[in-house]
Design a protein around this ligand. Structure first.
Ligand SMILES: Cc1cc2nc3c(=O)[nH]c(=O)nc-3n(C[C@H](O)[C@H](O)[C@H](O)COP(=O)(O)O)c2cc1C
Length: 188
């Protein structure tokens, strides 16, 4: 199973980085697979630690991929020298046990060394899931055909219209604007 998470890392120089990342559940931890170019990849290779943060705030995923909101509050992790997401519902601290690299994508096999819960999870929401899917589409705008983006965004909009709160509407507008901006830039 892949959990959609916000991975926080730090560089060897001490700079924090935040990125949405799928974390494949493996025995004792997670497999993280960043594509190049990726600061997460560089940081994992350099420091060998990360925090895998769980949040139900879909704006974080949309905010990162659209660059509309990335200055999330961070907090120190307990067992590793790396920040975690301050507003995470829960987080796992991981250390890289081994990694493979094919030049395009790296595979970091990570072991969980500490975990903490911070706030209750209050249930699933279709609009949040739709924003998450939209954020994945936006992160692949230059790889996917326009018709696929339009078709899938139109379907996801149904869940937004039926079940979104203010935050999900805001995130959805960021994603729609990112699609429009991508097309404006490409046309000019
Ligand atoms: C829900 C979600 C899951 C993602 N999972 C991955 C992933 O597993 N690997 C990856 O390379 N990028 C993934 N991305 C895209 C990255 O977050 C994005 O490309 C980011 O810029 C990575 O580069 P960075 O490490 O330099 O921030 C995902 C995006 C979203 C919205």
């Amino acid at each position: 199973m892949i959990r959609e998470t916000i991975v926080t890392t730090r560089s060897a120089a001490g700079d924090s980085h935040i990125a949405p990342m799928g974390a494949t559940v493996i025995e004792g931890g997670y497999l993280l697979q960043p594509f190049r170019p990726s600061r997460t990849l560089d940081n994992l290779a350099a420091t060998g630690v990360a925090a895998v943060n769980f949040t139900d705030d879909a704006r974080m995923f949309a905010g990162c991929v659209t660059r509309r909101w990335t200055d999330f509050a961070l907090a120190p992790a307990r067992e590793i020298d790396c920040p975690r997401l301050g507003a995470a519902l829960a987080h796992d601290e991981v250390v890289v046990e081994r990694h493979e690299d094919d030049g395009q994508r790296a595979k970091f096999f990570c072991r969980v060394v500490a975990s903490a819960n911070h706030a209750p999870f209050k249930g699933l929401n279709r609009a949040r899931a739709a924003v998450l899917e939209g954020a994945v589409l936006v992160s692949r705008l230059s790889l996917l055909p326009d018709e696929k983006i339009d078709r899938e965004m139109a379907y996801l909009a149904i869940a937004i219209e039926k079940t979104a709160g203010e935050e999900e509407w805001e995130a959805w507008h960021w994603l729609k604007e990112a699609v429009a901006e991508h097309r404006r830039r490409r046309a000019s």
